[in-house]
Ligand binder design. Sequence first.
Ligand code: ATP
Ligand code: MG
Length: 415
Amino acid sequence: MRQSQLFTKTRREIPADEESRNAQLLIRAGFVHKEMAGVYTFLPLGLRVLDNIAQVVREEMNELGAQEIRLTTLQDKELWDKTGRWSDVVIDDWFKTKLANQTEVGLGLTHEEPLTNLLSQYVNSYKDLPLLIYQIQSKFRNELRAKSGLLRGREFLMKDLYSFARNQKEHDQVYNQVAKAYDKIFKRLGLGDRTYRTFASGGSFAKFSDEFQTLTEAGEDTIYLDYDKKVAVNKEVYTDEVLKELGLKRDQLNEVKAAEVGNIFSLGTKYSKPLGLNFVDDNGHEQNVIMGCYGIGISRLMGVIAECFADDKGLVWPAVVAPFNVHLVRLGDSPAVVKAAEELYTILTKNGGGVLYDDRDESAGTKFADADLIGIPYRLVISDKTLESKKYELKSRTGRDAVLLNKDELLKKLA
Ligand code: ATP
Ligand code: MG
């Protein structure tokens, strides 16, 4: 992509109405646009990052054998009445609206009800199970506070996976497989060394749920972390009784701030029972399906990554999620420089990974400041000086030092 054609521009000044660092940076660098509190538009650079995160998650879901679908945003009140969850007392962050004929509908904030109901038309026998079904979709929640940028949206992108098993043992196996996939996802996203499985409250069907908490001061959760054992306990279940049960010692635990990037929950028959999701087992008996749900905050992850990987100059994207692999910066507009830069742009475009080509008429200072703010992993400078030396100057966004490479070395390095 040519930067001269990118309609977004970087900004030097911090947006006055934004207190979270992730949103400040993402707005200044032109990744997102704030529509209103907790509601963000994803711009060309930002959408690439969001899609890259979603793609990592999608690959690991598919690896589990999960099937991707897309449920509807508009939700049927009658269905949610069956589980009691239409009530604003039970769920306090619904957005609700009405059809022209006054029928009430809600905007989807999670999707246990519609998916369970849908499956009751397809699942009959034990031979139809187990099943793993997921989607990546915008959720709508009327959150009380939306001051953490992408970490807490009123409209946000979530991956929600649901599992359907024949019995508790089968459910437990699936649950553990998904937990492993989650570890893999956070590792691939560069968050492996700061994301911890955390015991949290389990709802009515299990003693605990598992949260995946990434350490960051921007996080809204407080967890108690044992660095050696690599497990944590959420403040909400942090009691002497729970610590004893988990074999954790109070003096080994560190109180830290974290953001919940994912969570997994055993649901038992909470939804399958009221919504009639049953199957006939191999003895001919009718049984309720045992369910689990597994969320990952895709847009929250983008905010968390921005919080974790940034310095005083701007964003520092891990390669897997970066909008482009290389930022090609042309300095000056002598015919030789333009020709060399255009040639390299063509080659690198075919090379995969993607290249953002700064072909604008701006000063070196402006171009470098923008490159640092945008945070693409590699910056490649072409100028009269580099042409003279017959070398390309490549600098990683994380490291200070630039290396001079010849063309072969360069292409090898960026392959
Ligand atoms: P939280 O305690 O942070 O409100 P939650 O328990 O409501 O999260 P779930 O309903 O289980 O979260 O949603 C699954 C995942 O979606 C969460 O782990 C989180 O990563 C993400 N998520 C939840 N609420 C939001 C939000 N308002 N904005 C962005 N991401 C969110
Ligand atoms: Mg919530």
